[in-house]
Design a protein around this ligand. Structure first.
Ligand SMILES: Cc1cc2nc3c(=O)[nH]c(=O)nc-3n(C[C@H](O)[C@H](O)[C@H](O)COP(=O)(O)OP(=O)(O)OC[C@H]3O[C@@H](n4cnc5c(N)ncnc54)[C@H](O)[C@@H]3O)c2cc1C
Length: 499
């Protein structure tokens, strides 16, 4: 077996796998459907503004550091911690104003934010973070940073997790957090991390409360100097140095096989892309259905899987400075339980949606012309299974802009000099995100670990997968871990070139 590898997709998972395999001596090429590298970790330049297109911050920086050590690459970008981590505003219909909370990393400052609404918050949060810290330590190496070659190795690994964590597999995030805190505001705020998994606290397993420990104590949240796309630009320099060729505007739609071996993939122009080994950074579930035509991943079966929220994203260039906004801001209504348990199935009105606002120009002034600000707004919405018609996208965007203007006391429509709205159909078309789902497959019990689409193909012995919908899951640090697991699997099966 030769050592030429073709990677389909240049998302963070694809780029980091390419560099790991190049380090092991493989000769790597990448084909990418989009016109630029990075996948979801992309940027939009318009009217003098530069926007991070999707990810705006990340945690678990040590996964990037490990990647640098593994590949011998000095990380080609600089990250810096966020403190405060974020602010949350909850609309209070009685006063017609928001209750605003700032989430600091320091305990004493955090405790002051909640002292009046949660008795003994200080002790409660310490107990909560101690327990979620234990959960993190008990699971991260056993379940997250590990390849499972068969059901037995997964079972053995799970058996190594102390029994005290077992109830967290059956409780929901909300149930777990309710064991520690009484105030609904505290519970809402702490459970926002389940939205980072593209879900809600009412359908996310309690094991993911470990993310609170990660955000508040273990590592925190980070931004990248000069904007998130610096990660991709830096990696692309390394890709170039390693002699890895990337071809854009090329979508893979078919395959050529012989027995259990893949000989090549075919793009939309009919060109055949041959290699010895293949890695799909395209969605690991949808690719199996749409390109490999596998029955287990037929449209009907894919639709029955649990998918994460779809994004409706707004990129606004605004004249002036909006004093009422911090770097990362969440805007919630007064009907959290009802709204968040119904929004992804399209059972609640999107007239007053919940949303997240990021102002990159606060930290990266070059992202906006002088005297202006750039706003990125993410509205988590139903995917195309539940809401196929998005002809009202601009109208929903208008509602969000109006709502934001009122809540921060700044007339955004009057000062807006640039506006772009991307709804789920555009996200689906641009990057092949299944049904417009923003974060790939969900993280229910049946879709994690050994039960998540595997990073080695069931049939073709020379096809592997990396990215959100294979192991371990979604988010930037997970994409980096995914590349480690994928490369490990390839080296396990095929060895490094020097061997
Ligand atoms: C709106 C939004 C906000 C987010 N915010 C954050 C955040 O703040 N922090 C965080 O950590 N994570 C965030 N995420 C998640 C994060 O962006 C993803 O988990 C991560 O970027 C996924 O990387 P990936 O390599 O798995 O896939 P992708 O980035 O999706 O890359 C896959 C690539 O494959 C290409 N491709 C697909 N099919 C084909 C084909 N058939 N042929 C050729 N090429 C193909 C695609 O065009 C794409 O470039 C966010 C996601 C979204 C959508």
């Amino acid at each position: 077996m030769g050592k030429n590898v073709l990677i389909i997709g240049s998302g963070l998972g694809g780029l980091t796998t390419a560099l790991r395999l190049a380090k092991a001596g493989y000769s790597v090429k990448i084909v990418e459907k989009h016109s630029s590298p990075g996948g979801r970790l992309n940027q939009l330049k318009k009217d003098g503004f530069t926007f991070d297109m999707a990810p705006t911050f990340f945690s678990m920086t040590y996964e990037f550091t490990t990647f640098g050590k593994d590949t011998g690459i000095r990380l080609p970008f600089e990250f810096y911690p966020l403190n405060p981590l974020y602010t949350v505003r909850i609309f209070d219909p009685k006063s017609g104003k928001d209750r605003k909370y700032t989430i600091y990393k320091e305990f004493d400052k955090l405790a002051k934010e909640f002292a009046s609404i949660e008795p003994d918050f200080d002790q409660k949060v310490k107990r909560y973070l101690r327990d979620t810290g234990r959960l993190f330590d008990d699971t991260i190496d056993r379940v997250v940073r590990r390849n499972f070659y068969d059901a037995i190795s997964f079972g053995t690994s799970l058996a190594g997790v102390p029994p005290r964590q077992a109830p967290k597999m059956v409780r929901t995030f909300w149930q777990e957090i309710s064991r520690y805190f009484e105030s609904d505001d505290v519970k809402m705020i702490f459970s926002l991390v389940s939205f980072f998994l593209g879900a809600t606290p009412f359908n996310t397993m309690a094991v993911y409360t470990l993310l609170n420990y990660v955000e508040m104590e273990h590592d925190g949240y980070y931004n990248v100097k000069g904007g998130m796309y610096k990660i991709v630009e830096g990696l692309m320099n390394e890709i170039e140095k390693a002699g890895i060729e990337v071809t854009y505007n090329t979508e893979i739609i078919g395959k050529v096989t012989e027995g259990n071996t893949l000989q090549g993939f075919i793009d939309t122009s009919g060109r055949l892309w041959e290699a010895d080994l293949f890695v799909a950074n395209a969605d690991a579930a949808a690719f199996r259905g749409q390109v490999l035509q596998r029955q287990k991943f037929s449209p009907g079966k894919l639709d029955k899987m649990q998918w994460t929220m779809a994004p409706l994203t707004l990129y606004l260039g605004v004249k002036g400075k909006i004093e009422g906004l911090d770097h990362h801001n969440y805007f919630l209504g007064d009907n959290f339980k009802d709204y968040s348990s119904k929004v992804f199935s399209n059972d609640v009105s999107l007239k007053q949606p919940y949303y997240y606002v990021n102002v990159t120009s606060r930290h990266n002034p070059e992202a906006a012309p002088e005297g202006h600000e750039n706003l990125f707004i993410l509205v988590p919405v139903p995917d195309l299974r539940f809401k196929p018609d998005w002809s009202d996208a601009e109208e929903i965007a208008d509602n969000v802009i109006q709502d934001l203007s009122q809540r921060v006391g700044f007339d955004i429509p009057k000062n807006m000099v640039s506006r772009t709205v991307l709804a789920p159909p555009q996200w689906e078309k641009m990057l092949n995100l299944y049904r417009g789902s923003g974060l790939g497959l969900g993280h229910s019990l049946r879709q994690i670990g050994y039960w998540r689409p595997k990073n080695k193909d069931e049939k073709y012995n020379n096809l592997f997968y990396v990215g959100s919908s294979t192991v371990p899951g979604t988010g930037l640090p997970m994409a980096v871990i995914s590349s480690k697991l994928c490369a490990e699997r390839i080296l396990h099966d095929y060895g490094s070139v020097s061997e």
